[in-house]
Each structure stands twice: as structure tokens, then as C-alpha cells.
Design a protein around this ligand. Structure first.
Ligand SMILES: *Cc1c(COP(=O)(O)O)cnc(C)c1O
Length: 430
């Protein structure tokens, strides 16, 4: 591949290439990245940006990590891919063993796929087929929360916030699901029992048709960056047990230490019946996701009508992705990540606190390596993004939210560059 001249690269990008949640041609500037190393993105234009996004929560150990590169090279020389029907391999089996060991004890079986949205689809299909296997085929609906985010494919989209997700556009194609009010009590506020009422009422009313409740534990991510009370999660687990409904936890954003626990469900602690993982699983190296289930669920499939679980992606358990993910988890196990995440939390808390006094700011909140500045008004990305780039940092706000979730390897001066840029940009907003 010969690199195109910069002008031509950007012109062709505008002419032919979709970007996430974008129009064509894309509105606002698009920045070309040449390479990335550690916490830095290096642009084709020569600037070096501290990455405050970890490429959407995924790149927890920074870019171009020598150990991940080494794992990928070694696996490429054996095979980068092979079908998973009737075949198996070292990377998939060892990664599954590791995921089972790290997640709560009842989760025993791992279904690999290639993206978070598909891991959610798999979880939802597993829940429906499970009830079918148990002679309860009327249980085909899902109960979830407003302000949630679970992915962009149809079943996943149907359990995203109906307003943010613009469900009315897809009315004829989208299954309508049940939505409880988003939790109001914050992570460290005093618990109030009314917070669970909306969820409890819906579950009571529709118990006979609900296959599973599906939740992001503790952190509602892309739907609003909100942190809710662990008691809420405990009550959800109790209510699901009481009504004999499955609980799916979507830890695609929260998994692997981001919130200060290895998995956010440990804040309960609660154990889901089905767990979705993705994003940081491969350290942001390549797309990989997984859905874990309990033995109680998996064991019903052999006797069910289909006799099998009806899903099997072409690139299931891609060996290259699994090998890199396994090394990423080895890396995570090799240092005190909890201490690092706690240090990031402490620095974010200290350095973002002054933003609370700025007129544009509604709230500032920090949990683990997640720092959020919520504004009164939506930001104009086309204006704000170049301001961040001019200060040498990469952030991608959405709506009324400016937030950072940096790689865990970030050093204090680099993180300070991010928080200072946030403070400066937010101070300039009215
Ligand atoms: C990002 C995300 C997904 C979707 O993952 P993709 O890999 O983008 O398909 C699902 N659930 C949560 C909580 C996420 O943050």
C-alpha cells in the first residue's frame, strides 16, 4: 500500500467513506491518524495527541504494545483464521478458560463472536431459546432501562434508549421492548427504595412474557455516562430470581477493570445468568467479543426443539483475536491494575472538580478510570473537537457530555494534559 497524499486522502474519505453516526460527506473535521504508540495518536499532519478515549474504552494498555504485537505475530505465523465449526484451537480454548476463571463462578460456557452488538444479540437469542427449551415459548420479550446502550444491530438497538436510539425511525422493523425509568440514585448517594419501583412494577406486570432483564451494570455508558447505585443492581438480581427471569449483564464497556472492579457486577456483588464482554477484551487490538452463560442455561439446549443453539458466525473465535486477547489478559494480570485505575480516579476527581464551578457545567462525576463533565447544553462537535486537538488531546464528546476514559498506562502529566484541556474548553462555553 502506497500512502496517498494528505489532500487526496481526505478528499477520498469525504467522497466514499462512512464514519460512525455520520452523514456523507461527514460534517465537521476528520483527523487522519498515521500511527499510534502508547497513549499517543500521531496524525498525518504531524501533531501528537494524548488519547483520552482509549479508542472507545478498548485500548486499555495503549497502542502498539510490544507484547500484544508479539502475540499477534506469533499467531499469524501459525494461522490467522480457521473456521470454528468442527475445529478448535489453542487461543480459543485458553481464552475461554481464562474468562471462566475470572468471571463469577456460575458462568461456565463461552460463545465467541466478533463484536459487542453481536454478543448482545447472542445473549438475547440464548435467553429466548432457553425458555423455549424449558417449555415457555411465550417468554420472548426483554426488560431494560431507559438511557441504556447495547449496540447498533436490531435486537441490541431495541433495548437501547428509545429516544437516543430514535426508535420511531425504525418502528416497523424493531421489536418493542419494556423500559424501566433510568436509575436516579447515583453511585455514592444514599440509596432510596423508590428507585427500583419502575423496574419492579414492569417485571411484575409482564413477567410471563419476559425472557430476561438486560442491563449495563453500574455504568450506563454511551446512553448518558451515568453511574447508578449498587443496591439497584442487587435489587434487580433479587427481583429476577423472584420472578424466575434471566439477568443479562452487558459488561462490554465496564469489563476488565474500567470501573475499579474487574467486572462492574462485583459492586453488587451479583452474578448474571448471561454476561456480555467486548471492547477491552482484546486491548483494542482487534474486534472480539464473548457471551458467557451458566451451566443451568447451556444444559437445556441439547434437549430443546432445535437441539443446538442457533448461531455460528463465520469468524467465530478468530485465532488471531483470541491470541491477542489472551496476551492482553496476561498483561492485565501482570501488574496492579486496580491501583492504577484508583490513581487515575483520584487524579480525575481532583483535576475535574474545578469544572463544577463553571457556568456551562451541570455535573462532574468520576468512577474508576471514567471522568465525565456533563453540560447544560449539547456541545457543537465541529467547534469543540478542533479545540481539543489544538491542545494536543483526543476526546470525542457526545451530546451534553465531555468525558475521558484513558488507557490505564497513562502517566499523570499526560492525564493532566487531558483534564486541563477539558477545563479550558468548558470554560470557553457559555
Ligand atoms: C460498545 C457497546 C456495545 C456494542 O459493541 P460494538 O462492538 O460496538 O458492537 C454494546 N454494549 C455496550 C455496553 C457498549 O458499550
Amino acid at each position: 500500500m502506497h500512502p496517498l497524499p494528505l489532500e487526496q486522502l481526505l478528499a477520498l474519505d469525504r467522497r466514499h467513506v462512512w464514519h460512525p453516526y455520520a452523514a456523507l460527506p461527514a460534517q465537521g473535521p476528520i483527523f487522519p491518524v498515521r500511527s499510534a504508540r502508547g497513549v499517543y495518536l500521531e496524525l498525518e499532519t504531524g501533531e501528537r495527541l494524548v488519547d483520552g478515549m482509549a479508542s472507545w474504552w478498548a485500548c486499555i494498555h495503549g497502542y502498539n504494545h510490544p507484547r500484544l504485537n508479539q502475540a499477534a505475530h506469533a499467531q499469524i505465523d501459525r494461522m490467522s483464521h480457521v473456521m470454528f465449526g468442527g475445529l478448535t484451537h489453542q487461543p480459543a480454548v485458553q481464552l475461554a478458560q481464562r474468562l471462566v476463571a475470572w468471571t463469577p463462578e456460575p458462568l461456565q460456557h463461552v460463545f465467541f463472536c466478533d463484536s459487542g452488538s453481536v454478543a448482545v444479540e447472542v445473549a438475547m437469542k440464548l435467553a429466548i431459546q432457553y425458555w423455549y427449551n424449558r417449555g415457555r415459548p411465550q417468554r420472548q420479550h426483554f426488560l431494560t432501562l431507559r438511557r441504556g446502550y447495547h449496540g447498533d444491530t436490531f435486537a441490541a438497538m431495541a433495548v437501547c434508549d428509545p429516544v437516543n436510539g430514535m426508535h420511531h425511525l425504525f418502528r416497523q422493523s424493531l421489536v418493542s421492548q419494556y423500559f424501566a425509568e433510568a436509575p436516579r440514585v447515583g453511585f455514592d448517594q444514599p440509596w432510596q427504595e423508590e428507585d427500583i419501583d419502575s423496574f419492579a412494577r414492569l417485571l411484575d406486570q409482564y413477567q410471563g412474557e419476559i425472557a430476561a432483564a438486560i442491563f449495563e451494570p453500574i455504568v450506563q455508558g454511551a446512553g448518558g455516562m451515568r453511574f447508578y447505585h449498587p443496591e439497584y443492581l442487587r435489587r434487580v438480581r433479587q427481583l429476577c430470581d423472584h420472578y424466575d427471569t434471566l439477568l443479562i449483564l452487558d459488561e462490554i464497556a465496564t469489563g476488565f477493570g474500567r470501573t475499579g472492579k474487574l467486572f462492574a457486577c462485583e459492586y453488587g456483588p451479583v452474578c448474571p445468568d448471561i454476561l456480555c464482554l467486548g471492547k477491552a477484551l482484546s486491548g483494542g487490538f482487534m474486534s472480539l467479543a464473548a457471551t458467557l452463560t451458566t451451566g443451568e442455561i447451556s444444559q437445556t439446549f441439547a434437549q430443546g426443539e432445535a437441539g443446538v443453539f442457533m448461531h455460528g458466525p463465520t469468524f467465530m473465535a478468530n485465532p488471531l483475536a483470541c491470541a491477542v486477547a489472551l496476551e492482553n489478559l496476561n498483561l492485565l494480570a501482570s501488574y496492579d491494575w486496580a491501583e492504577r485505575v484508583a490513581a487515575i480516579a483520584q487524579q480525575l476527581e481532583a483535576e475535574l472538580a474545578p469544572c463544577r464551578d463553571l457556568p456551562a457545567v451541570k455535573a462532574v462525576r468520576v468512577l474508576g478510570a471514567i471522568g465525565v463533565v456533563e453540560l447544560h447544553q449539547p456541545v457543537d462537535m465541529a467547534v469543540v473537537q478542533p479545540q481539543f486537538v489544538a491542545q494536543g488531546v483526543w476526546l470525542r464528546p457526545f451530546g451534553r457530555l465531555i468525558y475521558t476514559m484513558p488507557p490505564y498506562i497513562i502517566e499523570p502529566p499526560q492525564l493532566q494534559q487531558i483534564t486541563a484541556a477539558i477545563a479550558t474548553v468548558v470554560a470557553g462555553l457559555t
